[in-house]
Each structure stands twice: as C-alpha cells, then as structure tokens.
Design a protein around this ligand. Structure first.
Ligand SMILES: Cc1cc2nc3c(=O)[nH]c(=O)nc-3n(C[C@H](O)[C@H](O)[C@H](O)COP(=O)(O)OP(=O)(O)OC[C@H]3O[C@@H](n4cnc5c(N)ncnc54)[C@H](O)[C@@H]3O)c2cc1C
Length: 451
C-alpha cells in the first residue's frame, strides 16, 4: 500500500497528516524536547476508540509503530519515519465520582487539567509536578508527585485502565502496566483514587510552601540545611534546584540554589518541622525568602518555565538512599562548570535533588498484595539533571556531564554496595533498562522478552 493511503484508509475523523520531505519537523510536532524527533510517517488525531483501533490495524499491516502522545514530554521516545504519532488531545476528559472517591482521566489529559478539575471541587489525587505532563504517560512509568510521602505513587491508586491493546493475543499484565506500561497499547482512560482536600488538615485549605534562594557561595550551607530536613516528615517534600538566574534578574545567568519546601498539613506543624530553615545563619545568606499558603490548583505554577517546549533536553537521574554534603557540593560545582562553558547554549540546564518520606510507598506495596514495576520504593532521594541545549553537537559533552553528575551523587550508595536505580519516567533513549527493572521483570510471564 502506498504511503498516502493512510489518508483514505482511516476514518476521516482521524484527520491524518502526512508530512512531505519538505515539511519541517517542528512545524508539525511540538514536543518538550527535540531530541530523537524526526518527521513521523503520519500524525493521526483520533476522536474515538474506533479511530484508534483502525490506526492500530493500519500500523500492523504496514509494519509501523504507534507512539501515543498526550503531554509530549517523553524525551526518551524516538519518533522516526516509521512512527505513526497518535495525538491524544481529543481524549482530555476528567470526571470526578465523589461518591466512589475516584477520578477518571482521559488518555490525553494533562496534569494541569486534572489538578484544576479536582481542586475546584475540593479534591486531589497523585499528580505530577508539571501541569504540562500527560497523566497517563506519567502513570505508565509510576507517577511521582507532591503527595508521595502521604499517598505514594499514582500506580498505587489505580482502580481501572481502559485501553486498545497493540497485541490482540496478549492482554497486558496489570502489574506491568504499573510502572512499565509503555508500548503495550493506547490507554483511553485511567481511574485513580481521589481524596478530599479537607482531610489533609491544611490551613485555609492551602498548601504551606516556602522558597529560599541562595547564591552559589552558600552551596555548602544549603546542602547542610537540606540534609538536616532528612528524612522528611510524610507531609513534607524538600527540593533543591541548581539553576541560573533568568535574563531579567539583577545578575543574569548567576548560578543559584533554590530550596523549595511544600507541606501538606497545617501551617503550625509545617513551621515546626521546618524550623531550621528560619535560623538566621541560613536566612541571612538567602537572596529570596518567601513563605506562602498556596492553593492546590496553583501548586505547579512556579514550575512552568521547566515545561517550555523545544531545544534538546534529556534527563539523567537516579533514586538514592543516602547522599552526602560532599557529593551535593561536587555536583553543584560540576553543573556550574558545564553550564559556564557555553552559557548561551546550555545555561538553562538544571539539576533537581528532591526527597520524600518512603514509609507509605513501602507500605503500599504490601497492601496491594502484588509487586508493581517500581522498585525503588525505599529510596527517598530523587535526582534529575536536565541537560538542555540548542545545538545537537553539544550532546556528547552533555551526556558525559549528566552521567558523571549522577555518579558523584551515587557515591555513598555505591560504597554501601547498593544497586543503581533510576526512574522509568526519566529514562533517556538507550538507557540501561536494568537500572529500572530487574532481570526477571524484563520477561513476560510467558518467558517472552517484554521490555
Ligand atoms: C518538566 C517535566 C516535569 C516532570 N515531572 C514529573 C513528575 O513530577 N512526576 C513524574 O512521575 N514524572 C514527571 N515527569 C516525567 C513524565 O512523567 C514523563 O516524561 C512522561 O512520560 C510524560 O508523559 P507525557 O504524556 O507528558 O509525554 P508523551 O511524550 O506524550 O508520552 C510519554 C510516553 O507515554 C506514552 N503515552 C502517553 N499517553 C499515552 C496513552 N494515552 N496511551 C498509551 N501511551 C501513552 C507515550 O507513547 C510515551 O511513551 C516530568 C517531565 C517533565 C518534562
């Protein structure tokens, strides 16, 4: 069948777009990262399950791969001339069933849409920290969020998944969908448990947040302060970010460290838990010191710049059990060097080191009665170094910076003989899969190689 036939083979409601060799990739595809993205075979925007099934049949009979896309943040997914890019934006519905305490989320819905929908009704669920991220895309890799400490990951709270599967002879194993769910089919909807915000005991129904910004010379003190908050209380998420000042700042491009705290409890208990962050020896070094009560729907607003589309971006990350001040300071210095070498091209690269209580994550697995495909439940420190550059020829250096940085931060865990772990949602193309899954998990029940 000739390539153009997709336009007539699929129902007109799929609105297939077939690029020509002259089409510029960015004119038809807008993604968080341009890494590993080239012109697809076609872009299809289904409006019904029937449209999706027709597209799967077409792909199978033409030996094409389907890549469903919702938030377009998965930089680990190569898009090639053999890809049908399935734009799921028509599946962006959200429905809260308050009587059951469940929310049903369409396969194309983003975090921002769901967060807003629930917050308006006084509810919440486990969602990511970026409004732009697709909920289903994040769920398939585990779905970590601001309430990890009190609720665990998204995969711990799924009650049903509706999908059109790629391999009709092999329905996906439920446990596999929970953390290793990519590439098995197209999820049209996902139902998660949801909870009332007023059960959290928040002050004025808002989340206590505190942000302290420090200059580079205070890195050792920030690391000390961050480590003093470990292990965090269940209600607390503590995040350190290495980033450069924006062009509008008094000293554009200056290297800085942000300590960002959010507490899902009362203002009084938040202050008690974070009392150290009010000590004068730290606060006098801070160039910004802001404490606020933040509405649920605004929780991700400050992360908006990290969701900007375009440019080449990849994440290097890991989960840690232990991290030292020395490793944090070393990784900060290396990030500073990497970005300083070409500020214009890679100055936007940033590093996140965050932490949460692992008690509930560990307990959840026992309560589920089966093992999910997320193995780092006992690791409470999460690292994500995002390399971000505009010229593809910076990739080699970016790769070696990213791997080295993760290596510095893994020092304590490796010395203690602990296995390397990283997050499925932060994979890079060609990632060592055994850092995410066990050897056993890479095989399906039938013995067929699965991942
Ligand atoms: C700025 C930023 C912040 C992030 N924050 C978090 C966070 O707080 N917590 C967290 O867990 N992760 C986070 N991530 C990682 C994110 O969860 C993954 O990148 C995820 O894969 C993105 O899903 P998406 O729909 O946005 O991207 P897409 O590229 O559209 O999809 C990603 C993958 O999911 C598949 N997929 C998407 N929708 C469907 C569907 N309906 N059916 C079947 N497959 C589907 C795609 O085929 C692809 O394999 C973040 C990423 C970025 C860039």
């Amino acid at each position: 069948m000739a390539k153009q036939d997709i336009t007539t083979a699929l129902p007109p409601t799929c609105k297939p777009i077939v690029p020509t060799p002259e089409t510029k990739t960015q004119d038809v595809l807008s993604r968080w990262s341009d890494a590993h993205v080239s012109l697809p075979y076609a872009i299809v925007t289904p409006t019904s399950t029937e449209d999706i099934v027709s597209t799967i049949h077409f792909a199978q009979s033409h030996s094409l791969k389907i890549v469903p896309a919702a938030g377009a943040n998965g930089s680990f997914i190569p898009i090639t001339s053999r890809t049908i890019y399935l734009d799921m934006t028509s599946f962006n519905k959200v429905h809260l069933d308050a009587s059951r305490g469940e929310v049903t989320i369409g396969g194309g819905a983003t975090t921002g849409t769901v967060l807003q929908h629930l917050a308006e009704r006084g509810w919440h669920t486990v969602l990511t920290n970026s409004n732009a991220v697709g909920v289903v895309g994040a769920f398939l890799g585990g779905m970590s969020g601001a309430v990890n400490g009190i609720k665990g990951f998204g995969i711990d709270h799924v009650t049903s998944v509706t999908m059109a599967i790629f391999d009709a002879g092999q329905a996906p194993d439920w446990r596999v969908l929970c953390g290793a769910g990519h590439g098995m089919g197209v999820v049209t909807s996902l139902t998660l448990r949801a909870w009332r915000v007023d059960e959290l005991g928040l002050t004025d129904g808002k989340v206590w947040t505190r942000k302290l910004m420090f200059p580079a010379r205070a890195v050792a003190e920030v690391a000390e302060l961050y480590l003093a908050l470990q292990p965090p209380a269940r209600e607390l998420t503590a995040v350190m970010v290495f980033l450069r000042a924006p062009p509008t700042a008094p000293v554009p491009d200056a290297p800085m460290i942000l300590l960002s705290l959010s507490y899902f409890g009362s203002e009084g208990s938040a202050r008690r838990m974070c009392v150290k962050t009010y000590e004068e020896r730290y606060t006098r070094k801070a160039i910004m010191n802001v404490t606020a009560l933040t509405k649920m729907e605004d929780l991700n607003a400050a992360n908006e710049p990290l969701s900007a589309r375009g440019g080449f971006k990849e994440y290097y990350g890991c989960f840690l059990e232990e991290v030292s001040m020395e490793s944090i300071v070393k990784s900060f210095e290396e990030w500073q060097k990497f970005t300083a070498a070409d500020l214009k091209d890679r100055g936007k690269s940033f590093v996140v080191i965050g932490s949460w209580s692992t008690d509930v994550l560990v307990k959840n697995e026992g309560a589920l009665g089966y093992k999910t495909y997320f193995n780092a439940r006992g690791r409470g420190t999460f690292v994500q170094a995002t390399v971000w550059y505009d010229k593809w020829d910076a990739k080699e250096e970016a790769d070696s910076f990213g791997s080295a940085l993760v290596g510095y931060l893994r020092k304590e865990d490796r010395q203690a003989g602990r296995k390397d772990f990283c997050f499925a949602n932060n994979m890079i193309a060609g990632h060592n899969i055994y850092e995410i899954y066990t050897e056993e998990q890479t095989r399906y029940e039938t013995g067929k190689r699965y991942i």
